[in-house]
Design a protein. Structure first.
Length: 381
């Protein structure tokens, strides 16, 4: 092994052969099992998209109806898990709560052998159905409110909204939330999906596999960026301040990174950002555009002139926060929403990894000391 073998961040190193999603980072193309994500966001629903990712093909009407029923049946969580959620510190981040409760969910549904296809499918449905329930429960209990039980008569997106706010969403809000879940459902070998595959490769339980992926998604360089974008827009404060804010940041640090911009694979605007922006435009068509949306538009315009040559453009997180904020969703619940969508992709990768699994065990280039002497503690200064 030499230094030339080393690729920081494993850039361009294939870590798996996968048939789940395809990205062309120069053409702003993203497909789930061959179907463009823009079409899915417009025409499909999260349940159908999750099936497509997990099974490889669009479901028949019966398959979708059965899958939907399976999910609705598995939304409820054990009363002891609700108690556990109530005991979590209200100051904790919802992603911390999600990681802890995903692992805990597995303790109520032990699944330590991953060899049975029927049991694996049951676990996949339970995780897909259960994560929105725990996210909504923590979002409420930390404010001193009782968790709201899921409603089996509502679809996935509408039920999540209902468990969060205690009221049904309008048809337009349901559609926006559903489209956001579809857009975030899968994105090939990103950090959290890689984490899921590495954990899956040890034959860990699906609950622990997904809990590991949740931890990976939480960082500000990955899924946590959507929250950071909104905090940044709030700090900028007004469209007129964008240029001076950026000038000041760049004067302090010429390598300053604007949250929500840049991507390892896309060297043009992320197609998901384009769809999210269309959704935002649609939502704001009949009302005044929110201030944060105006700031984001101005920031995109100004940064295109500075970073465009490097291929740094808005990614999925740039507009998602503005959309979620306009739905009334608290800022620190943005990344958990990303997680309840991405879990479809993680589970698809979990199942794919198990098929012909080999444990991940990469190499390293050793740069430490050799032959160091062991000096007894009492002889050290
Ligand atoms: N703002 C300004 N410049 C940027 C940004 C940014 N957000 N992102 C990258 N650049 C510049 C870098 O400074 C670097 O410039 P240089 O060649 O002059 O040194 C060049 O673009 C390449 O950047 P890297 O950091 O090497 O790109 P990498 O592929 O390692 O990182 C990442 C990708 C982590 C997404 C990065 O763009 C970033 O930190 N963005 C901000 C955080 C963010 O939005 N994350 C969400 C990503 S999408 C997702 O995970 C869901």
């Amino acid at each position: 092994m030499t230094d030339s073998d080393y690729k920081p961040g494993l850039e361009d190193v294939p870590a798996a052969k996968s048939a789940i999603s395809f990205i062309d980072g120069k053409r702003a193309q993203l497909e789930y099992r061959g179907v463009p994500v823009e079409i899915l966001a417009r025409e499909s629903c999260f349940e159908e998209t999750a099936w497509l990712l997990l099974k490889g093909d669009l479901p028949t009407q019966k398959e979708l109806a059965d899958f939907d029923a399976d999910l609705r049946e598995r939304r409820g969580i054990h009363f002891r898990l609700k108690d556990l959620i109530k005991c979590l510190p209200s100051t904790g981040h919802p992603m911390e709560a999600l990681q802890a409760t995903t692992a805990a969910l597995g303790m109520f549904h032990p699944h330590r052998q991953v060899t049975c296809a029927t049991k694996n499918w049951d676990a996949a449905c339970r995780i897909l159905a259960g994560l929105p329930t725990v996210v909504a429960a923590f979002a409420r209990t930390r404010r001193g409110e009782e968790p709201i039980d899921p409603r089996p008569d509502l679809d996935h997106a509408a039920n999540f909204y209902y468990m969060l706010f205690g009221k049904e969403p309008s048809a337009a809000t349901r559609k926006v939330l559903d489209a956001c879940l579809i857009l975030h459902a899968e994105h090939e070998m990103n950090a959290s999906t890689f984490t899921a595959r590495v954990t899956a490769s040890t034959l860990a339980s699906p609950y622990q596999t997904i809990a590991a992926a949740v931890g990976s998604l939480s960082g500000p360089l990955h899924g946590g960026a959507n929250e950071e974008v909104l905090l940044m827009l709030e700090k900028i404060g007004a469209k007129e301040n964008v240029q001076s804010w950026l000038d000041e940041k760049l004067a302090n640090d010429p390598k300053f990174k604007v949250m929500g911009l840049g991507h390892r694979v896309y060297k043009v605007k992320d197609p998901r950002a384009t769809v999210l922006q269309e959704l935002a435009e649609h939502m704001f068509a009949e009302s005044a555009r929110p201030k944060n949306y105006e700031i984001a538009l101005e920031l995109e315009r100004i940064t295109a002139g500075i970073y465009g040559a490097k291929g740094v453009y808005p990614n999925v997180d740039f507009y998602s926060g503005v959309v979620y904020q306009s739905l009334g969703i608290p800022t620190d619940v943005f990344t958990p929403i990303f997680a309840i969508a991405r879990v479809a992709g993680w589970l698809a990768h979990w199942l794919e990894q198990l098929n012909g699994n080999r444990i991940f065990r990469p190499a390293q280039i050793f740069v430490g000391k050799a032959d160091a002497a062991y000096v007894p503690l009492d002889k050290r200064p």
